[in-house]
Design a protein around this ligand. Sequence first.
Ligand code: UDP
Length: 315
Amino acid sequence: MKKTVLITGGAGFLGSHLCDRFLNEGFKVLCMDNLLTGSKENIEHLVGHEDFQFLYNNVSEYVHVSGELHYILHFASPASPIDYLKMPIQTLKVGSLGTLHLLGLAKEKKATILVASTSEIYGDPLEHPQTEDYWGNVNPVGPRGVYDEAKRFLEAITMAYHTFHNLDTKIIRIFNTYGPRMRLNDGRALPAFIGQALRGEDITVFGDGSQTRSFCYVEDLVEGIFRLLISDYNQPVNIGNPDEITILEFAEEVIKLTGSKSKIIFKDLPMDDPKQRKPDITRAKDILSWEPKFSRSAGLVPTLEYFKKKVDGGE
Ligand code: UDP
């Protein structure tokens, strides 16, 4: 008997890679999305697969699934700073009401649920690198608050369902992740820089570029998610690549990699932009025997290929 998994945000960047992985593992996949930031293009190769079904639905309003359900992965949400600035209410709703609805569904179906949290719950962190025991430094009423606080609520209510209803829950804290199917225009540094380099446009570094990020390749992230889901661990787990780089160094790396003639220009740093970010992955190593396998130079090869096709296609 095949197990059934519901993946919300299944037509998004991460969700679509999860659909691929779970189909490969022999699951029946229900891919739910309202296509706010997701795209049918990300899952068009799966349409017609006998174990794949697309369900158009906004989980913030309601969620219903008929029949058996063994696992739920809640990945629906705008996820780039530009997106959640443009869609603050939808971002708050999907992290709060959406999560509540999915926890209710998990309870009804006696399903295991894994919810996507984020390094953003650490805010502009005062501890470095960030361990799961750090409580964070978040401005609730700043521009990022709509995402950060929604995800903090997501963690709190998920833990409450675990302790009060005995639900089998998992919380993953995802650090910056990249790879094919990321939107070229989602406003994040990695697709923005690659798009600008490929078009020969100026590369827009915000602030002086001394802020740091640590980029994880999507295939590594999916492996971490899979391991956490089938583990018996219920506390939050950081998944990310600890290889930290400044944004200015990263811009230079992209220019070199693409052989571009683009110049770097500096723009204002957005409000509350975290100054440093790097996951401490000791817990993932200990509990899941997981660590990233892809260096940035390895992960950027298929990513660049994907973005080249998009730019050549006029995006
Ligand atoms: N950033 C930048 N230029 C851009 C987009 C982003 O310098 O065109 C910076 C941004 O200010 C931040 C870092 O790159 O310091 C990573 O931003 P991103 O939007 O990728 O995600 P975040 O990690 O902030 O959620």
